[in-house]
Every structure is written in structure tokens, then in C-alpha cells.
Design a protein. Structure first.
Ligand SMILES: Nc1ncnc2c1ncn2[C@@H]1O[C@H](COP(=O)(O)OP(=O)(O)OP(=O)(O)O)[C@@H](O)[C@H]1O
Ligand SMILES: [Mg+2]
Lengths: 374, 596
């Protein structure tokens, strides 16, 4: 196997697959990247058995073949090579010679036979989406995923294709974010999956390569085919991402979204975010809550910690309802505010024990549960 | 000199009873075993006042004829073995022929029984070992035994009984064991007229576990089935990761006999070594079947203990079987599990907490702890009395480590993730992150509790919890306390609760295990009624040990902050459970070690 490749293209390709490696102790081969050369490109594949990524890079292939190499090390070396022209030459005993300018490396590889194959994917339910749109949707819910591994069902984003729309949902049991968009969903294609957090991260990282992507899924797996028509640095064809899905029943999120609106205020997103952020500066780990107080046309934001001091912020708002007070964990308010890009958001409140609900004019909702002092 | 006499039967029985019947639960156990031995498919157990005033066990087994019933009350009368060698083929619970006469000698004992095929039944009443009457009586086939005024004739024993609820708890957990061992027998247990559980004939063990311990626990179990020549292990075990705070749900049977076997318990705990955090116990309901000749049940008069002829073989079989199952369950790309090494037939090496020695030799280096933790031996002379938690001797704290000087400490780095190394003017200090973190949070929570301002995070999705009847009672008693300390738990249905809010420092998913751990601690008497101060301290201790996580990533800034928070504590030198938070190696010590 032998090919010539542009260093920066090679680096770009390795960067796509680099994050997906398995634990070295169980299966050393999982820290390797599978490199296959044919025709006018090489294919790079990594997998940790739960998630696999494959991309294709232009190359001048002199002799087809395949080998696997430790991906982290290889990526570091390729990036540092002195010359943009790189030749890659693998001997049948899996020794790889890498040459660029005056640099020569000899790296020990492992044969491709030991590399676990990516799952076969038949004809599943599939949809085509816009990359830019999905990026924005993922961003507006991803922060609400649970990071607590004991609640594995919540360690991911729920994709629900149903009733003429795609909804993405994430929750950690204390807050929940939901965003949806209209989408034609034929009855036979309706379905839902929980995409694991790690896959969500990788996916979000890749969604700037082109216009469209295709998502296909069944009960156990999901696959993404990401077009690379915008990327100029050597990627050709599509990037493929294969992932297990989190198996289990996602909680019924509809039931936690308040049906009625009680008091609704309109807020300038940036301004509100800054106020909360400043007020939260006095919070300690021990008293991590910020109090909101609504009175006629005034929103007061206060926070205090016994061993530090207190903060008081006020904002003029349009409000004529009854006085009310409620406290929240400041991050739960800041997370959606940071993730959104609308200038204005709506915040709906009721009393100190009821949830607060952020909404925008798009179909976005974030429900956060209050904190109380008992 | 007094003459040697053969004891009258009545006295001999009372002495034997002292061994066999140590508490009311033992009566229940003997009677239930007899009912099972008699082939019953329905057993009802009722007791009052912890079994002191009444125990009644009724079965629909084969019953006894009048002659057999009379004989059954004689010592060493048994229908179950004929010669000593039968002990090696034992498949029944009974074999000594001691239980009935013993019980009858220390209570008012009423036996009613009718044999299959017999016209009428027999009633025999014995009081304190003396026959009161024998009648014919009408009753369905089967046996009913009533034991009243237990230990009335043995005041010495009566004095040793614990409170009614404690004795009741022993009875309840005992009956449960038999209900688990025989899912196909319908069981009813009634305490003071109240049904504790009623479990119909169940198709299998998990169903029975669900009936008795709640569906939630049952759903978290996976089946286990393993066989090797002469040995069979079957039952259900908890999934990896989902441990329990106590051993209450670790239940083992040998040839269907509930046993308390050190060998089996250790084997189970060891199998879960990599699947559970330290200090957690697996849930396990397992049955070991082996040749009756390979196990000795005649070790303890109450037959609780068993001994295996080949302990190592049993031990390694159990470990192999459980490990194998746990591996199957491990996710493919999960954390590396150790290669399947056949366990050595040695007892597990229990790590000796180094705290027990004032100096510890490690690879030749003598490391002097900054303080002497509470020693098992006499306490050091100087004891800080201000510390509410384990007393800490400050005698050996070098003055240089005073809290005002920590700013001068140079951060050296993190070692093995869990330790932090600082260079101090006097030498080197190693901080244990976990212990330090626990101390900081412990005092933080205590301050929060004392100030009465516990932040409570409401949950979007309330967490449902199903408890067994005993835990339900314990929880109901503590509900107000918990709800005043950051929880919001409400009862909604028999044995069902809903956690609607948790203390702000707790992960929602941690709420249910924490509650169960807490109830385990309550059961062990660690939350005495009425002592709010103690209960708060216990709650904080449990929280730091179980619910507050050590942040994964920590750089210099976080670790320095931890250090200053630690030294702002009232007792910075030990964790709430008494482990040291730090050890120091002085310059002088170093020089000496390097023979300078
Ligand atoms: N519920 C019962 N139904 C039918 N027979 C019974 C019942 N309880 C006891 N018996 C008969 O009475 C005998 C004596 O019972 P007892 O419990 O005293 O001795 P055991 O069961 O043989 O041995 P152990 O002392 O080890 O329990 C039994 O062997 C059995 O034949
Ligand atoms: Mg018996």
C-alpha cells in the first residue's frame, strides 16, 4: 500500500476521526485508525464500538491496501511534518514509512483484520436535514443533558420524528429543553431515538462541512451521512458517523411542560444574561441560587452567600401582574440564554414552587425547576 | 458430694430450648421449617408483641396422627432421620427432633393437627413442658401451632429480649427468607392483626422478590445460572453499579436452607469488587445446591451457619459464576475488567487501615501521619475536645502546618488523581482529596442544617420509590425530618413514595439510592429518635460519603481552593469518618531516610 497525500488534508482528515478511540486496555486496536487506500482517496475509520466515524480524503494512490496506526500519535506527527507533500508506504508486515521533506518515520502498525467492522446498515427510517439548522437545534438543547452516568437514559438528546415535526429534547431531571421544527414525517418513518452525549458532541463538531445531512436509524443504531461540499481541505464524498443509541424509554416530556401560562415577561436576552451572571458572582457552592422578584414593571435579581456578601440587580420590564418571587440555580437560567441567538426571550413564571419557562418565537421551550429554602 | 442424676426430660428440654430457641424469631423459624417439611403449600404466620405474647403458624401440610403428635413432643423424636448416616443425605430442615419439645417446655403450647385421610384432628396443650390435655378436635388437614407466653417460665431469657419492634423485625426478616426459598408456597405474615405481607403462590423467585422487596428492586436483578459437577448456583443478582448500603438484600440459601455463610458472602462481595463502589453490597438472592454430604449444617444449634466440606471449591465456583455473569452484562466498550483469573482459595485480604498504626512502613519509608487518628488502643493524651466528630489528637501536628501558613505552601501536583502534593516550609504534605472534600462538605452541610437554610431543588420528574413495609414505617417516622432538610418526599399509596425535591447538592438520580442508604442506616439504629443534632450529623456524614461527588477534573486553582477550605474547617485533619485528610513528611525525616 502506497500513496502520496497533502499534509494539511491528511491532518484535517485525522482531526475528524481523532476523538473516537476505545479504551486501550480492553482492545488496543481501538486506539488505532484504519487507513484504506483505493483509487483517488484514502478512507479513515475509527471506532470505540459504540461510535464509529469514517471520512475520505483525496490522495494519489499508487498501490491500494490497508493498515491501522495509533491515531493520536499519527495525527501529532503528520501535523508537524516539514513539507506539505507526504508519502505513506506500508509494507506487508504493517510497518509504515512516512516521509516528508527531510523527515522519515517508521511506525509499527497492526493489520486491518483485527479492526472491528463498522455496523452494516440496511434501509432504515431516514430523513434529510440542513446542517446549519440541526447545529442550531442541538446547541439550544444539548446543555440540558444529564452528565450523571447513573441516569444513562438522560445522557443524550432525544430525537423525535413524529406528527409533522422533528423535536429534540434534553433533560437532567431538574430542567428540560425542547426545540422543534416542521418536517414531513410519513407515518411509516415516524420514530424516536436517544442519541448518546458523545455522539451529539461529535456530530455538532462536524456539522459545518456542507449543506445537507442524512440521518438514518433503527431501534439500536443511528447513522449520519454528512455532506462535505463546503469543505475545501481534502475531504471528499461524505463523513459517516455510526452510533449506538441509548436503549430505553425516554421520559414523557410533554407532561412536564406547563400547559398554562401564568405571568409572562419579555426580556432582552443579553441584558438579562449579564444581570444573572453578575448576581451569581457572589454565589458559593453552598448557596447556589439566584432570586427573582417581580413587581410592577420591575425585575429584581438578588443573590447572597453568608460567607461572602450579596448582589442586587434591577431591570425595568413591562409587567403588571401580581408581585411574585422565585429562586433558580443561576446556571439553569444562563445556559439557555447563552445558547439562544434571538434578541428577545419570554420567561413565564407562576410562584415559588412552580417551574420557570423560557420561550422564543421559534418552537423553543426550556423548563427549569425552582430552588427553595426549606 | 452431690449424686449424678439423669435430668428429668422437662429440665433437659428447657436446657435444649436455651440453645435452639434464643428469641421469638427462632420459634417462628422452627415452626415454618416444620410446615415446609410437611409439604405445605400455604403457610400463615401470625404474631403479637414481637412474638412474646403469641406466635401462630398454620399450614396445610400432611398433618400428624394422634400418636405421632404425642411422639413429636418427645425429645429426639423425629420422622426425618433414622440413623446418623442420614445426616449426610439430609433434604429436610428438621433432623434433631428437638424443636417441638423445646418450644413446648418454655411456653403455653397448643398443637392442632389432622393427618391426610384421618377422620378427625387432635389437639394437644402443653404448658411449660407439662401436658395439660389431649383431645379430639375438628379442623382441616394440616397443622396449627400456637405458642403463647413464650419464655414466661424462663425469666432469665425473657430479660434478654429486645424491644418488641426489634424482635418483630427479626421475625419478619426470617419469614421472608423462607418465602424466598419457596416461591411456590403461599405465605401470609400478620403482626398485631396487621398484614405485613401476603404473597400468593408465585411462578418464580423474581416474582416473590418483587412481592416482598418491591418491584423496583426486582426489576434491577438479572438471573444467574451456573453449574459445575456437584455444584449448582441459581437465582438473581443485582446489575453492576447498583449497590446497596447494607447486606439486607444479600440473601443466600444452601440446598434451599437460608444460611448465613461467610464463605458465600465474601465470594459475592468479592465478585462485585470491580462492579460496585467500595462499601456497597450487591443485591443477591442466590441458591447453592450441592450434595448434602458436602455441607455440614449441624454446626450451630440454630442451624444458621453451614460449613462446606470444601470451602475453597465452593468459594471459587461462586466467584467464577458471578463474575462470568457480570462480564456478560458489562457494556462492550465499558471499563476494562481484569482478566478472568481463577480466584485463589484464600480468604480475601482485608486491608488494615493504616490509621491503626502511628507509623507506617511503605517501601522502606516511614511516613508519619500529621495526626493520630482515633486509635483502637488507648487514646493519646492530648485530645481536641472541640471536634464533634472523631476526636483528633493534635499532639503530633507540627506547628509549621498551622493554618496561617498554608499560603506559603507550594503546589507540587496531583498524584494518582486522588492525592495532592504540597511543599511546605517544614517538608512535604500529601492531601487525600476525597477525605478533604468530605470534611469540607461535612462542615458546610452542618452549618447549613444549623442555620435552617437548606436549598432544595425541585424535580421535573418526581422519583417514585417503592419500599418494603419495614422501610415504609421507618421512613414515615423520619419524613418530617427529611423534608426539613432539603427533601420533599410524599407518600402516595401503600409503600409508595415520591421524591419531589432533593437537597440542591444532590443529583436527582442519587436521590433514591440515598434514601435507601439512609433507611439502611436508620435500621441500624444510626438515627436515634428525638436526637436532632445526632440525626443531622448522621445525615451530613451519609451525604458526604455517598452523595457528594468528587469533581473529576481539578487543576491547581481548585486544589488550592480545597486546601484553604479545608483549613477553614473546625477539624481539618480528619474526614468525618475519621480518616486522615493529610500526612506530612518533614525535611528532617527525609534527610534521615536518605541517611544524610
Ligand atoms: N407442621 C407439621 N406438620 C406435620 N408434621 C409435623 C409438623 N411439625 C412437626 N411435625 C412432626 O413432628 C416431628 C418433630 O418435629 P421437631 O421440629 O421437633 O423435630 P424435627 O423437625 O424432626 O427436627 P428439628 O429439631 O431439627 O426441627 C417432626 O419430625 C415431624 O414428623
Ligand atoms: Mg423441626
Amino acid at each position: 500500500m502506497k500513496f502520496k497525500i497533502n499534509r494539511d488534508h491528511f491532518t484535517n482528515g485525522l482531526a475528524q476521526v481523532l476523538n473516537v478511540v476505545g479504551s486501550k486496555a480492553t482492545m488496543p486496536i481501538l486506539s488505532n485508525v484504519l487507513i484504506e487506500a483505493e483509487k483517488d482517496h484514502i478512507t479513515l475509520t475509527t471506532t470505540n464500538l459504540d461510535l464509529g466515524i469514517r471520512c475520505k480524503i483525496k490522495a494519489e494512490v499508487k498501490e491500494g491496501g490497508a493498515v491501522t496506526l495509533p491515531v493520536k500519535r499519527l495525527a501529532t506527527i503528520v501535523r508537524e511534518l516539514p513539507n506539505v507533500d507526504v508519502t505513506f508506504d506500508a509494507s506487508p508486515n504493517h510497518q509504515v514509512k512516512l516521509a516528508s521533506g527531510g523527515s522519515n518515520f517508521r511506525i509499527m502498525g497492526i493489520g486491518k483484520e483485527e479492526f472491528p467492522p463498522l455496523p452494516e446498515f440496511g434501509d432504515e427510517k431516514s430523513f434529510t436535514l440542513e446542517q446549519a439548522e440541526l447545529t442550531a437545534m442541538l446547541k439550544s438543547v444539548a446543555y440540558a443533558q444529564s452528565t450523571d452516568e447513573t441516569r444513562y437514559i438522560l445522557n443524550g438528546v432525544y430525537f423525535n420524528f413524529r406528527d409533522g415535526k422533528l423535536s429534540l429534547v434534553a433533560t437532567d431531571g431538574r430542567r428540560l429543553a425542547l426545540v422543534s421544527k416542521e418536517l414531513e414525517v410519513p407515518a411509516t418513518s415516524a420514530g424516536a431515538i436517544i442519541l448518546p452525549a458523545k455522539t451529539v458532541n461529535e456530530l455538532a463538531r462536524m456539522l459545518d462541512k456542507g449543506e445537507k445531512l442524512k440521518i438514518s436509524f433503527n431501534d439500536r443504531r443511528a447513522a449520519f451521512q454528512i455532506n462535505t461540499d463546503k469543505d475545501a481541505s481534502g475531504l471528499t464524498d461524505s463523513i459517516y458517523l455510526y452510533s449506538k443509541v441509548v436503549e430505553g424509554n425516554y421520559p414523557n416530556y410533554q407532561q412536564v411542560i406547563p400547559k398554562e401560562t401564568h405571568q409572562r415577561i419579555k426580556l432582552e436576552r443579553e441584558l438579562f444574561l449579564q444581570c444573572i451572571h453578575r448576581a451569581a458572582l457572589v454565589c458559593s457552592e453552598k448557596s447556589n441560587s439566584v432570586k427573582l422578584k417581580l413587581t410592577s414593571n420591575l425585575l429584581e435579581i438578588t443573590a447572597q452567600s453568608p460567607d461572602f456578601g450579596e448582589a442586587h440587580e434591577s431591570m425595568a420590564i413591562g409587567y403588571s401582574g401580581p408581585d411574585l418571587q422565585v429562586a433558580f440555580n443561576p446556571s439553569f437560567m444562563m445556559d439557555p440564554l447563552k445558547a439562544l441567538n434571538k434578541d428577545e426571550v419570554f420567561f413565564e413564571l407562576k410562584d415559588e414552587v412552580s417551574p420557570g419557562v423560557f420561550k422564543t418565537l421559534d418552537s423553543f421551550i426550556c423548563v427549569i425547576m425552582p430552588v427553595r429554602l426549606s | 458430694m452431690a449424686k449424678v442424676r439423669i435430668l428429668p426430660d422437662r429440665v433437659a428440654n428447657q436446657i435444649a430450648a436455651g440453645e435452639v430457641i434464643e428469641r421469638p424469631a427462632a420459634v417462628v423459624k422452627e415452626l415454618v421449617e416444620n410446615a415446609v417439611d410437611a409439604g405445605a403449600t400455604r403457610i400463615e404466620v401470625e404474631f403479637r408483641h414481637g412474638g412474646r405474647s403469641l406466635i401462630r403458624v398454620e399450614d396445610n401440610g400432611g398433618g400428624m396422627s394422634r400418636d405421632d403428635a404425642m411422639l413429636a413432643l418427645e425429645r429426639h423424636a423425629t420422622s426425618k432421620i433414622i440413623e446418623a448416616d442420614d445426616l449426610n443425605r439430609l433434604t429436610s430442615f428438621g433432623f434433631r427432633g428437638e424443636a417441638l419439645p423445646s418450644i413446648a417446655s418454655i411456653s403455653r403450647f397448643t398443637l392442632q393437627t389432622r393427618e391426610t385421610g384421618a377422620e378427625a384432628g387432635t389437639e394437644i396443650v402443653v404448658n411449660g413442658g407439662r401436658l395439660v390435655h389431649v383431645h379430639e378436635c375438628g379442623r382441616p388437614v394440616g397443622t396449627r401451632i400456637e405458642v403463647a407466653q413464650l419464655f414466661n417460665s424462663v425469666p432469665a431469657r425473657r430479660k434478654f429480649l429486645k424491644t418488641d419492634p426489634t424482635e418483630a423485625a427479626h421475625i419478619v426478616s426470617g419469614v421472608r427468607l423462607y418465602a424466598l426459598a419457596f416461591p411456590r408456597v403461599a405465605f401470609t405474615l400478620i403482626e398485631d392483626g396487621r398484614i405485613i405481607f401476603r404473597s400468593p403462590e408465585c411462578p418464580g423467585l423474581v416474582d416473590r422478590v418483587g412481592e416482598i422487596f418491591g418491584r423496583q428492586l426486582a426489576e434491577g436483578l438479572v438471573s444467574l445460572e451456573a453449574e459445575e459437577p456437584g455444584l449448582r448456583l441459581r437465582g438473581f443478582i443485582g446489575r453492576p453499579g447498583a449497590g446497596r448500603a447494607t447486606r439486607h438484600e444479600m440473601i443466600t440459601f444452601v440446598n434451599q436452607r437460608p444460611v448465613d455463610s461467610r464463605t458465600l458472602n465474601y465470594a459475592l462481595i468479592e465478585s462485585y469488587h470491580e462492579s460496585l463502589p467500595k462499601g456497597r453490597y450487591p443485591a443477591a438472592f442466590v441458591f447453592l445446591d450441592l450434595d448434602p454430604a458436602a455441607v455440614d449444617v449441624n454446626v450451630h444449634p440454630a442451624k444458621r451457619e453451614v460449613r462446606f466440606r470444601s470451602e475453597p471449591a465452593v468459594r471459587s465456583f461462586v466467584i467464577r459464576a458471578v463474575l462470568q455473569r457480570l462480564r456478560e452484562l458489562a457494556p462492550a466498550a465499558g471499563p476494562a475488567t481484569a482478566a478472568p483469573v481463577a480466584p485463589l482459595p484464600a480468604e480475601p485480604v482485608l486491608s488494615v487501615p493504616w490509621a491503626s498504626a502511628p507509623a507506617l512502613s511503605q517501601g522502606g519509608a516511614i511516613v508519619r501521619p500529621v495526626f493520630l487518628p482515633p486509635p483502637p488502643a488507648p487514646r493519646p493524651a492530648v485530645v481536641a475536645s472541640s471536634a464533634p466528630s472523631p476526636a483528633v489528637a493534635r499532639a503530633s501536628v507540627p506547628t509549621e502546618t498551622g493554618r496561617d501558613s498554608i499560603a506559603a505552601w507550594r503546589y507540587v501536583g496531583r498524584v494518582h488523581g486522588v492525592y495532592v502534593l504540597f511543599e511546605t516550609p517544614a517538608g512535604l504534605v500529601v492531601i487525600d482529596r476525597r477525605a478533604a472534600h468530605e470534611r469540607v462538605w461535612f462542615e458546610r452541610l452542618q452549618a447549613e442544617f444549623a442555620a435552617g437554610s437548606v436549598a432544595s431543588q425541585r424535580l421535573l420528574l418526581p422519583v417514585p420509590v417503592e419500599l418494603d413495609p419495614v422501610a415504609t414505617a421507618l421512613l414515615l417516622d423520619r419524613l418530617e425530618f427529611l423534608n426539613a432538610h432539603g427533601f420533599e418526599i410524599s407518600e402516595f399509596g401503600r409503600n409508595f413514595f415520591r421524591i419531589e425535591a432533593v437537597p440542591a447538592w444532590m443529583e436527582p438520580a442519587g436521590a433514591e439510592p440515598f434514601l435507601r442508604d439512609l433507611l439502611g442506616a436508620v435500621r441500624e439504629g444510626r438515627f436515634p429518635d428525638g436526637a436532632i443534632g445526632l440525626a443531622r450529623e448522621e445525615l451530613a456524614r451519609l451525604a458526604v460519603a455517598k452523595a457528594i461527588r468528587l469533581p473529576e477534573a481539578a487543576g491547581e486553582a481548585e486544589l488550592r481552593a480545597l486546601l484553604s477550605q479545608l483549613f477553614a474547617c473546625r477539624s481539618p485533619l480528619s474526614s468525618p469518618s475519621g480518616r486522615p485528610t493529610q500526612i506530612e513528611l518533614s525535611v528532617g525525616e527525609l534527610a534521615r531516610r536518605f541517611q544524610k
